[in-house]
Design a protein around this ligand. Structure first.
Ligand code: MLC
Ligand code: AMP
Length: 501
């Protein structure tokens, strides 16, 4: 009996005393102890009646326990649905209902707000923390500390990650054991990960970057993580001298560069800095090298595909590019019909490989629209590939804003704004922001009756904080082209200096 992901990433560390997770309280959890906790959680999932293929919705602050639950899901075949801690009950209602989750695990502070949501979906709800009523961890303390993982294949589902869409309705990307395992092994080899590595981990663990890229490469080789609850400059400065690798979104890099304590000495113990999830400006790359002597390694991926390209570990890390297709990943730049374009021409990036997901949860039409019959996934990113293979992302074919590494689909925000009194229509755009890369701005066509405070309240009720517009611009009408389409490009150009000017 095999369970490819569990066997290769987790079971190999059984009984190991090597450090796995160092937390800011000074605690260090060994691999062996982590796996004992994961086994108890797996028994608890079984005890609650969850079976392979059942879905578990998890919305908790970052902690070793949360990560052990990921391992427990892999061991039991339960499909993990990690959810952003910023999501509002209204957003969670959709994710929990759509996924048909059988169990919801949340932090105690969220339990009241989520009880009705879980009840509506017919799901059981437990809190993560020990000590709380109905606590998942409490219920696991006396359970066995070892487990035989359930048999799985590479094709079996390991996780569903929700990603928003241009139509405003989020889609659950179905990621298999093979998707996750193949990418973990590819990245660990490409970035020369070894057991001696210590990864400074400050990313959230409800997205591909923090949960799969960062965590799985460490698991693949038994490396240690300094596991910070979130990005905090002081904690980063304290952690760098003990670390060898850092992974982050571009905001991590601009924030570090904004701190005079961050210099070549502080980065002296590091062997690698990786950036992704959003474009890293070439000037940030240059400033970072001038300050520390390190050239940031930029890579490119997405929820549906895990990682697709990476600048080389050895060889030229070219600023402004996302490097070369990873081993096993086929990449082509195409026109709208999927016909491959010659090198040097701009088109839509399509990718195929063992990293590419199997489709969207219960959305065959959306799957068919984005995943071609031959296995190529249409990323919606616009790019160009040079004759030497380097890929540059030049824009997005999809209407998407990336704020501090979090994706915001304008349609979702526009739907909330358009429903408010006095709003004729709205156009939500991304404008450059010195800290977040891009930030959300709403342009409102109003008959004069729209009130900014009311719009802001409506967003607060419906949407996670990172999706809220940071500015409202009132107009009598939105600019339209001769086809009647709102000219977002003109608005972006007009408002481009709102936060940087
Ligand atoms: C927090 N806030 C944000 C925000 N993050 N607003 C907009 N965009 C964001 N990304 C809100 C907070 O709620 C707060 O609201 C206010 O902004 C200021 O908070 P802060 O303390 O300055 O922000 P901080 O908590 O430090 O978070 C910023 C951040 C964080 C950049 C460190 O957002 C982050 O860790 N981002 C990483 C996202 C990520 O992992 N993406 C990977 C996706 S996977 P208020 O109301 O209190 O002022 C993927 C695939 C791939 O894309 O290729 O990797
Ligand atoms: P997500 O849906 O959160 O997985 O976001 C994936 C999107 O982030 C991609 O489709 C790209 O648009 C963007 N992205 C990820 N990495 C990079 C990068 N290095 N440079 C530019 N864009 C990136």
């Amino acid at each position: 009996m095999t369970n490819p992901l569990y066997d290769r990433l987790f079971a190999v560390h059984t009984g190991s005393r090597a450090p796995f997770l160092a937390t800011p309280d000074g605690g260090v959890l060994s691999y062996g102890a982590f796996l004992m906790m994961a086994a108890q959680f797996a028994h608890r999932l079984n005890g609650l009646g969850l079976e392979p293929g059942d879905r578990l919705a998890l919305q908790v602050e970052k902690s070793p326990e949360g990560l052990a639950l990921y391992a427990a899901c892999v061991a039991t075949g339960v499909v993990l649905i990690p959810l952003n801690t910023a999501y509002t009950p209204a957003e969670l209602d959709y994710f929990i209902g759509d996924s048909g989750a059988r169990l919801v695990i949340c932090d105690p502070g969220q339990a009241d707000a989520l009880a009705a949501v879980a009840a509506r979906a017919g799901a059981r709800i437990e809190t993560m923390d020990a000590g709380g009523a109905g606590s998942f961890a409490d219920g696991a303390t006396d359970l066995p500390t070892s487990i035989t993982p359930v048999a799985r294949t590479n094709e079996d589902l390991a996780a569903i990650l929700y990603t928003s869409g241009t139509t405003g309705r989020s889609k659950g990307a179905m990621l298999s054991q093979g998707n996750l395992l193949s990418n973990a092994l590819t990245l660990a080899a490409a970035w020369r990960f070894a057991q001696s590595d210590v990864l400074l981990h400050a990313l959230p663990v409800f997205h591909t970057h923090g949960l799969f890229v960062a965590t799985n490469v460490c698991l693949a080789c038994g490396a240690q993580m300094i596991y910070l609850p979130r990005f905090d400059l002081d904690a980063m400065i304290a952690g760098l001298p003990q670390s060898t690798v850092m992974m982050g979104v571009p905001t991590f890099y601009t924030r570090l560069l904004g701190d005079p304590r961050f210099d070549a000495d502080l980065a002296g113990h590091m062997r690698l800095f990786v950036s992704g999830s959003a474009p890293l400006l070439a000037e940030t790359h240059a400033e970072f090298e001038a300050r520390t002597g390190h050239r940031i390694l930029e890579r490119y991926g997405m929820t549906e595909t895990n990682m697709n390209t990476s600048n080389p570990y050895e060889g030229e890390r070219r600023a402004g590019t996302v490097g070369l297709p990873l081993p096993g990943v086929e990449l082509k730049v195409c026109d709208a019909d999927g016909t491959e374009l010659p090198h040097g021409e701009i088109g839509v990036i399509e990718v195929r490989g063992p990293n590419v997901f199997g489709g969207y949860w219960q959305m065959p039409d959306k799957t068919a629209a984005e995943l071609r019959a031959d296995g190529f996934f249409i990323t919606g990113d616009l790019g160009v590939q040079g004759a030497d293979g380097y890929v540059t992302i030049v824009g997005r074919g999809k209407d998407l804003i990336i704020s501090g590494g979090f994706n915001v689909y304008p349609k979702e925000v526009e739907e909330v704004l358009d429903a408010q009194a006095g709003v004729i229509e709205s156009a939500v755009i991304g404008v450059p922001h010195p800290d977040l890369g891009e930030t959300v701005v709403a342009v409102i066509a109003s008959d004069g009756g729209a009130d900014k405070a009311a719009l802001s309240d409506a967003c607060a009720n419906a949407l996670a904080r990172f999706k809220h517009p940071r500015a409202y611009v009132m107009r009598q009408a939105l600019p339209r082209n001769t086809m009647g389409k709102v000219q977002k490009a003109a608005l972006r150009d007009e408002l481009k200096a709102l936060f940087t000017g």
